[in-house]
Design a protein around this ligand. Structure first.
Ligand SMILES: [Zn+2]
Ligand SMILES: [Zn+2]
Length: 283
């Protein structure tokens, strides 16, 4: 499995690639602009060229872009929905421009709308974006912890949206371990992982789940608590990650850490542990 972390673009796109390289990542994830704002300053052509060059020189990849926090593609409010789809289209366009392999989005919150209506709404929005913006960047829906009215708390909801989008060659799933565990997916046993992978295989197929977010979970199984923590320090624990990282069915995937970054060493420690676990060590 190729391993990486979410890196900051605070010092520019090119610097983000260098940061990932220095950390010893194989792959990396970024936001493409301020994650907490709607307004994005335009990407300069030079910035894009330098980023692509840096990616090529370092050999890092896949490159992942994560959608910012504000867009809600399931929004009940029509104005917010429109704004969200526009914002997502803009960020997807940027992901395509910088040559990202994957673009990851959360399916949003449905509010008082019923589940089916919300799923169709998300699908309609994504279909519109894919029509507007051509490009090879795969559009991935991320599973959620299922807190409150979050859409995508189980894989069957994501599968339903993907089916409605009806662009299998351009879409897929990003599987977040913390969210899944909080949503009730048992990841600490071989049986649990078998069950999960069987569900994926019998629906969209493993090929359409190329990306994992590797986060340990502070909340208990089925708690719906979306709180990421360091690998081995949460409820999934080292045994769960060892099982995931040594599973031959997942060996071709990419795993990105989104664990807390309180000290500069945090990412290094988490990555080192993941790599040890991938060799079947550190039990
Ligand atoms: Zn996410
Ligand atoms: Zn995630």
């Amino acid at each position: 499995m190729r391993i990486g972390v979410h890196v900051s673009i605070g010092k520019g796109l090119r610097q983000a690639v260098q940061t990932a390289k220095h950390l010893g990542c194989d792959a990396f994830q970024i936001f493409i602009g301020n994650p907490r704002g709607w307004k994005k300053k335009p990407l300069a052509d030079q910035e894009v060229v330098e980023f692509r060059q840096a990616v090529q020189e370092t050999g890092l990849g896949p490159v992942v872009v994560h959608l910012s926090y504000l867009p809600n593609p399931a929004a009940e409010d029509e104005a917010l929905y429109e704004k969200s789809i526009l914002g997502m289209a803009e960020e997807y366009q940027r992901a395509v421009m910088i040559g990202a392999d994957y673009f990851v989005v959360h399916p949003g919150k449905r509010g008082r709308q019923d589940q089916e209506k919300a799923l169709l709404k998300v699908a309609r929005g994504v279909r519109e974006i894919l029509k507007q913006v051509e490009g090879p960047t795969l559009f991935l829906l991320e599973n959620q912890a299922g807190a409150g009215t979050e859409v995508g708390g189980n894989l069957s909801q994501l599968v339903r949206i993907l089916k409605e989008i009806d662009h299998p060659e351009r879409t897929g799933i990003c599987f977040d371990t913390c969210h899944a565990f909080a949503a009730g997916y048992e990841l600490r046993t071989k049986e649990g992982i078998d069950c999960l992978l069987k569900e994926v295989e019998s629906t969209v197929g493993l090929k359409r789940m190329p990306l994992l977010h590797l986060n340990d979970a502070l909340g208990a199984l089925g708690s719906h608590l979306d709180r990421h923590t360091h690998i081995g320090q949460g409820q999934i624990g080292t045994e769960g990650f060892r099982l995931l990282l040594t599973d031959p069915r997942l060996s071709g995937l990419t795993g990105i850490l989104e664990t807390p970054q309180q000290t500069p060493d945090d990412d290094l420690k988490n990555m080192a542990l993941l790599r040890q676990l991938a060799c079947g060590e550190a039990r």
